[in-house]
Write a protein that binds this ligand. Structure first.
Ligand SMILES: Nc1ncnc2c1ncn2[C@@H]1O[C@H](COP(=O)(O)OP(=O)(O)OP(=O)(O)O)[C@@H](O)[C@H]1O
Ligand SMILES: [Ca+2]
Length: 867
C-alpha cells in the first residue's frame, strides 16, 4: 500500500521512458490489419545523424536486413518502421537516403548467421554470403562478409583497418567486389563537404542515393555511364569529392542553439515512425530464398574510386573517437559499424554460438548518431522526484558521454551537487567498500550490463532504500524483478520486461510514475488519518465506559449501548468516507519518503491520539462527576440526571466531530483546515453528523436514552468539543525530540532529509585534498597504517545494518573512500578547472570528477584550495 521511493533507478534513457503514446494501428480504417505482435505500436521521434562513412548506403544493409525492425506495411504506416527503435531509426535513415525497399534487400542477400544484439557486449553481428561476378574477368567469386554493429568505442577496439577516402563525381565501378587496399586509390580529402538528406528526386524505382554538398547543389545524380543500380552512389555535378573524415568535425553545435535545427547535415529520419518488437526469429541460421539474387545488387564501396582501406592507426583512432565524442556530447546514441571478410567458409567460426572469435581484425566503417529528444515533462518530473526526496538515477547502456549529456539535460546529473557518473565495467570492478562510498552519489551508470542494473538495485535494497525501477527491454528484466516496484513500458516494453515488472505504464510516461507516487502517498496517508481518528475515539470510549460503569452503583456506563453504536457509526463508516477521500495533491511530493520499515503509526500520530484521548476523557469525566454542581443539575432527579448524561454524550460526540478535523493533518502542520474545502465528502459528512447528532439528542430520546438539551447545554457541548482544536495545537507544540529515548522504530518514519543532501563541490575538493595529503603521508610509511579515513565507520562497516547507522555513515565520511581509491582525484579535479579544455570532467577509474565551479571572489577559501 505504501508507495514510497527513496531511489528510482531509471533504466535506459529518460527520454525513452517518457515516450509519448500514440497508437497509429488503432486508427480507423486499419481494422483489417493484424495487430503487431506486442499489440502496440508507438511513435518515436528520431533522427539519424550523419553517417560517418557515407560512401555507400548498402553498408548498413547487411546488418539492417536482419535487424529487429520491419517496415510497417499498414496503409497508414507509410514512412514507418516497427520494432527496435534503434534499428528503426537506422532503417529509416537508409530509406531516406534512397535505399531500395527493405524487402528487396532482405531477399537479395544470403544471411548465413545472425548473432543478435546482446546488451552485455553491446553489439550484434550478421554473416552474409556473397557471390560476385567480376565484370572484367567474368569469374565468380564467393566470399563471406561479417557486419558488426554496436557500441562504437567497443567495436573500434576490434578494428585494425578503416575505410577511408573520398568520392569522385562520376560512375562508381559497379561490379568490383571486396577490393583489397592495393586495388584502391586514395584521393586527398576535401575539408568542407558535408552531407544532407536529399529529397528523392528520381522518378525511377531504382533511385540513386545521393550525397549533396552544402553549397546547395541539388540532387542531380551524376550517374554518368553507370549502369543504374539501386545501390550505386552518385555525387552531384559540380562537386568532385566528399571527404568522409572531415565531415565528422563539421558544424559543432552552437551553444544554446536547439540541436539539429537548421543544420544542413542533419539527416532527419522520419519524424514519426512505427515500432514493433520483431517477430523474426533471431539467433537462428537464416538462409536467403535465392542466393542468385545476391549477385546483382551489391557494390562494395571500397572498390569505388577514392575509397581506400587504411590501417587504423593512432590518428585514425583519434578521429573515430572524436566523432563518437562529438555525437555523444550532443546526446546522440552512437552506433558503430564495421565489417570483416572471409574467403572461405569456416564452420567452427561461423557456426559458433558466440561471435567473439569472429569479431576481430575488423574494418571500421563509421558511426551513426541517433537522436531521441527529451519528451516534454521529463525535466519537471525529475525535479518533482527530487523534491519528494526521491533520487533518480539513470542506468543506461549508452556510452558515458551520451548518458551524461542526456542526464544533464533532464536534470538527473548534477555534478555541482557531488553527483558521479560511472561506466559499467568500472562499476563491476568496485569492491564492497568502494561501492558503499560511490553508490550514494552515483547519478548515472553508463554502458551498463543487465547485471550492473541488478546489482545496483540489490545494493540499494540492502541499504534499506525503497527502489523503483523503470525499464523497457529484456535486459531490464533482472533489475525490474529485483526492485521493490518495477515499472515497465506498456507501449515500447518487451513482454519480458512486462512480465518482470509489477506495474505497466500504459503511456510510457515518466510523469506517470510521479503520479503513482502521489497516489501511493495519498492512500498511505488516508489509512493513517483514519487510524489516528479511530484509535482516539476507541481509547476515550473504553476509558469512559469503564470508569463510569465501575464507579456507578448500578454499574451503568454513562454511554448507553445505542449511543455507542452511533459513535461507532461515526468513527467507522462516516470517518472512513470523510478522511480517506482527501484527493492527492502535489504537496504530498514535497516531503521525504517514508522509511522502508517506518511505523504505521508515527510519533506525531501517537502524540495526537494520546493527547486528544486524554482531553476527551478528562472533559467527559469532569462533566459527569462535577457537571451537576457546575450547571445546577440535581443528579438524584431522574430527568436532570438524564440531561447531564446527555450532556456528557453530546460533548463526547462533539469532541470527536472536531477531532475529525484534526485528523485530516498528520504531520505537525498547524493549519488543520488546510485544503478542507477541496474534500466535498468531508464537508458533507461533517454536516451530516452534526444534523444527525441534533436529531438524536432532541428527537431520539427513547432509543438513545437522551434528554432534550437547553441552549446553555448545547453551547457547552459545542464549546467543549471545540477544545479539540487548541488541544491539537498544544500537542503539536510538544517537540518530537522529547521522545528520542523511545526506540527508532517508533520515532522515525521519514527517510531523513539529510540523507538526500550532497556536499558542496568546495567540501568535496577540500575533503579530497585532505585525503590526498593523507595518502601522500602514508605512502612514505612502509607498513600500511590505517588512515583516519579508513578507520571511519563507512569504510570499516561493509554493509549498513540499519537505516540509522547507514545514514550516519553516509553523512560523515562518505566521500573519503573515493579518495583512497583514487589518489589522483583531487589533482584532476583541480587540474580540470585550470586546464585549457577545462569543460571536460576527467574520468578517473570510471568515476567522473565533477568540474569545480569557478572560484567566487567572495569565497577565498575555494581559491586557497586550488593553490
Ligand atoms: N540494435 C542494435 N544494434 C547494435 N547496437 C545497438 C543496438 N541497440 C543498441 N545498441 C548499442 O547498445 C547501446 C545500448 O545498450 P543496451 O540496449 O544494453 O542499453 P539500454 O539501457 O537497454 O538502452 P535502451 O533501453 O535505451 O535501448 C547503444 O548505445 C548502442 O551503442
Ligand atoms: Ca532498454
Amino acid at each position: 500500500m505504501a508507495l514510497v521511493h527513496e531511489a528510482i533507478v531509471l533504466n535506459s534513457t529518460a527520454t525513452e521512458i517518457a515516450a509519448k503514446a500514440n497508437d497509429p494501428t488503432k486508427s480507423a480504417g486499419d481494422q483489417s490489419q493484424p495487430e503487431p505482435k506486442n499489440g502496440v505500436v508507438s511513435r518515436f521521434m528520431g533522427r539519424v545523424r550523419r553517417f560517418f562513412h557515407r560512401s555507400d548506403p548498402t553498408l548498413p544493409y547487411g546488418t539492417l536486413s536482419q535487424s529487429g525492425a520491419n517496415e510497417d506495411t499498414t496503409p497508414k504506416g507509410t514512412d514507418a518502421f516497427v520494432g527496435s527503435k534503434t534499428e528503426a531509426a537506422l532503417m529509416q535513415w537508409s530509406k531516406d537516403s534512397g535505399a531500395p525497399e527493405l524487402e528487396s534487400i532482405r531477399n537479395s542477400v544470403e544471411i548465413v548467421q545472425v548473432w543478435p544484439f546482446s546488451s552485455a557486449n553491446k553489439r550484434m553481428s550478421t554473416l552474409v554470403k556473397y557471390v560476385r561476378k567480376d565484370s572484367d574477368t567474368g569469374n565468380s567469386r564467393t566470399f563471406w562478409r561479417l557486419y558488426v554493429k554496436g557500441a562504437p568505442e567497443i567495436i573500434v577496439q576490434d578494428c585494425s583497418l578503416m575505410l577511408h577516402g573520398s568520392y569522385h563525381a562520376g560512375p562508381p565501378s559497379p561490379m568490383s567486389v571486396g577490393g583489397s587496399p592495393s586495388e584502391l586509390s586514395t584521393v586527398p580529402p576535401s575539408p568542407t563537404a558535408s552531407v544532407s538528406r536529399t529529397p528523392q528526386t528520381q522518378p525511377d524505382s531504382q533511385s540513386v542515393p545521393l550525397l549533396v554538398l552544402p553549397d546547395g547543389s541539388s540532387g542531380t545524380p551524376a550517374t554518368g555511364t553507370a549502369r543504374p543500380s539501386p545501390l550505386t552512389l552518385a555525387i552531384p555535378s559540380g562537386s568532385d569529392s566528399v571527404d568522409t573524415r572531415s565531415a565528422i568535425s563539421l558544424s559543432p553545435p552552437s551553444p544554446g542553439a536547439p540541436f539539429g535545427r537548421g543544420s544542413d547535415d542533419l539527416l532527419n529520419v522520419g519524424s514519426a515512425y512505427h515500432l514493433q518488437t520483431p517477430g523474426t526469429p533471431m539467433g537462428s541460421r537464416v538462409t536467403s530464398p535465392s542466393p542468385s539474387t545476391s549477385e546483382q545488387s551489391f557494390v562494395f564501396p571500397a572498390s569505388s574510386p577514392g575509397i581506400s582501406v587504411v590501417p587504423l592507426g593512432h590518428d585514425q583512432l583519434d578521429e573515430v573517437n572524436h566523432a563518437i565524442l562529438e555525437y555523444s556530447n550532443r546526446s546522440l546514441r552512437t552506433i558503430g559499424l564495421a565489417y570483416r571478410e572471409f574467403d572461405a567458409y569456416d564452420a567452427t567460426l561461423f557456426e559458433a554460438d558466440k561471435d567473439d572469435e569472429l569479431v576481430k581484425d575488423l574494418t571500421w566503417l563509421g558511426v551513426f548518431g541517433i537522436e531521441d529528444p527529451l519528451r516534454p515533462g521529463v525535466i519537471e518530473s525529475v525535479e518533482m522526484c527530487k523534491n519528494a526526496g526521491v533520487m533518480v538515477r539513470m542506468v543506461t547502456g549508452d556510452n558515458v558521454h551520451t548518458a551524461r549529456a542526456i542526464a544533464t539535460q533532464c536534470g538527473i546529473y548534477k555534478p555541482e551537487e557531488g553527483g558521479l557518473i560511472m561506466e559499467g565495467p568500472h562499476f563491476r570492478a568496485l569492491s564492497e567498500e568502494e561501492k558503499n562510498a560511490v553508490i550514494p552519489r552515483l547519478q548515472v551508470l553508463a554502458r551498463s550490463s543487465p547485471d550492473d542494473k541488478k546489482s545496483l538495485v540489490d545494493w540499494l535494497r540492502n541499504a534499506k532504500q525503497v527502489v523503483a525501477v523503470t525499464g523497457d527491454g529484456t535486459n531490464d528484466g533482472p533489475a525490474l524483478k529485483a526492485a521493490d516496484i518495477g515499472f515497465s513500458m506498456g507501449i515500447s516494453g518487451t513482454e519480458v520486461a512486462k512480465e518482470a515488472s509489477s506495474i505497466i505504464l500504459m503511456d510510457d510516461n515518466f510523469a506517470s510514475i510521479v503520479k503513482a507516487m502521489m497516489w501511493g502517498r495519498c492512500v498511505n496517508d488516508a489509512v493513517r488519518k483514519f487510524l489516528q481518528f479511530q484509535l482516539t475515539v476507541n481509547v476515550t470510549a473504553v476509558l469512559l465506559a469503564f470508569i463510569t460503569a465501575v464507579s456507578d452503583s448500578n454499574q451503568a456506563s454513562v454511554l448507553t449501548a445505542v449511543q455507542l453504536l452511533w459513535v461507532n457509526l461515526i468513527m467507522d463508516t462516516l470517518a472512513a468516507l470523510a478522511l480517506a477521500t482527501d484527493p492527492p495533491n502535489v504537496e504530498l511530493l514535497q516531503r521525504p519518503p517514508d522509511k522502508r520499515n517506518g511505523p504505521l503509526i508515527t510519533l506525531s500520530m501517537w502524540k495526537m491520539i494520546l493527547g486528544q484521548a486524554m482531553l476527551q476523557t478528562v472533559v467527559c469525566l469532569v462533566l459527569y462527576y462535577k457537571g451537576g454542581d457546575i450547571f445546577g443539575l440535581d443528579t438524584n432527579d431522574q430527568y436532570e440526571n438524564m440531561q447531564l448524561r446527555t450532556l456528557v454524550f453530546n460533548t463526547f460526540v462533539f469532541l470527536q466531530i472536531f477531532n475529525e478535523i484534526n485528523a485530516r493533518v498528520l504531520n505537525n502542520q498547524m493549519n488543520v483546515f488546510h485544503r478542507i474545502t477541496k474534500n466535498h465528502f468531508f464537508m458533507g459528512i461533517f454536516v451530516l453528523i452534526l444534523v444527525l447528532q441534533v436529531i438524536i439528542v432532541e428527537v431520539g430520546g427513547v432509543a438513545f436514552k437522551t434528554e432534550s438539551q437547553n441552549w446553555k447545554l448545547w453551547l457547552t457541548a459545542v464549546i467543549l468539543g471545540l477544545l479539540a482544536l487548541p488541544m491539537a495545537v498544544v500537542v503539536k507544540l510538544v517537540p518530537n525530540g522529547w521522545f528520542d529515548w523511545l526506540p527508532t522504530s517508533v520515532t522515525e518514519n521519514y527517510y531523513q532529509p539529510e540523507d538526500l543532501t550532497w556536499k558542496s563541490p568546495k567540501d568535496i575538493i577540500q575533503q579530497e585534498f585532505n585525503s590526498h595529503a593523507m595518502f601522500k603521508d602514508t605512502r612514505s610509511i612502509s607498513s600500511h597504517d590505517p588512515t583516519p579515513a579508513e578507520k571511519s565507520p563507512s569504510v570499516t562497516d561493509k554493509t549498513p545494518k540499519t537505516g540509522r547507522s547507514y545514514r550516519r555513515h553516509k553523512s560523515s565520511a562518505g566521500l573519503t573512500p573515493v579518495a583512497m581509491m583514487v589518489p589522483a582525484l583531487t589533482m584532476s579535479a583541480v587540474g580540470v578547472h585550470n586546464s585549457a579544455e577545462g569543460t571536460q570532467p576527467r574520468l578517473v577509474d570510471g568515476v567522473f570528477i565533477p568540474i569545480p565551479r569557478s572560484p567566487s571572489v567572495e569565497d577565498p577559501s575555494e581559491t586557497d584550495i586550488k593553490k
